[in-house]
Design a protein around this ligand. Structure first.
Ligand SMILES: CC(C)(COP(=O)(O)OP(=O)(O)OC[C@H]1O[C@@H](n2cnc3c(N)ncnc32)[C@H](O)[C@@H]1OP(=O)(O)O)[C@@H](O)C(=O)NCCC(=O)NCCS
Length: 173
């Protein structure tokens, strides 16, 4: 449920995209990425062209792991994971590659809602671990992942490796 109901009283719809929908929305997904990373540009691709290629790569590698969040027709965030990722240290994992929320919709539970979908998907594909890299100074994202139960396992240069075990996912209340 979205918090701060005076701002946005509705819960976002979360769904996968058919290839034609993905193509249609690609430019707006690029803009959401660029806007969301404004405070941490050191961890993001800089040009629209780079982000276009990145998004196509993400979608192509696991279309079922690509989710958007929307309110009515407006896309307000998206997330991408890969359910069959080979990690050089940990073997086969569910890799969470990206999650971005439009700045005006951040801190309202939208990212959490998208991650529920991502983690359910990875668990449904038999993955025992969800893994990701996050920039060492990206405090909001680090807190976001910690709240979901991710823990740091490693650090390479400016990137922190985090892991969440999915054996008990979804958690019992
Ligand atoms: C990180 C990000 C995806 C979080 O999405 P969000 O929709 O804003 O997060 P939620 O509202 O679901 O927050 C869930 C919890 O995460 C933590 N959190 C989220 N944003 C936070 C912030 N700015 N500061 C501290 N904690 C934060 C809080 O514990 C929050 O729970 P609370 O609001 O009850 O305290 C979003 O800030 C974003 O798009 N950042 C820019 C892109 C990015 O860094 N992506 C991650 C790449 S690794």
């Amino acid at each position: 449920m979205i918090k701060n109901s005076s701002f946005s009283p509705v819960e976002p719809g979360v769904k996968n995209l058919e290839p034609n929908e993905f193509s249609k929305l690609l430019s707006s997904l690029v803009q959401i990425y660029l806007a969301s990373y404004q405070s941490y540009p050191q961890y993001a691709y800089k040009t629209e062209k780079q982000v276009h290629s990145y998004l196509k790569w993400l979608y192509h590698h696991d279309p079922n792991g690509f989710f958007i969040a929307q309110i009515k027709e407006e896309v307000i965030g998206w997330a991408a994971c890969h359910s069959n990722w080979e990690d050089w240290l940990e073997g086969k994992v569910g890799e969470v590659h990206e999650i971005v929320i439009k700045p005006a919709f951040q801190r309202k539970g939208v990212g959490h809602r998208l991650m529920e979908e991502v983690l359910s998907y990875l668990a449904s594909r038999g993955r025992e671990k969800a893994t990701l890299w996050v920039g060492e100074k990206n405090q909001p994202a680090k807190e976001f992942y910690s709240k979901l139960g991710f823990v740091q396992t490693n650090q390479v240069n400016h990137w922190i490796r985090m892991v969440l075990y999915l054996t008990n996912f979804p958690p019992t209340p």
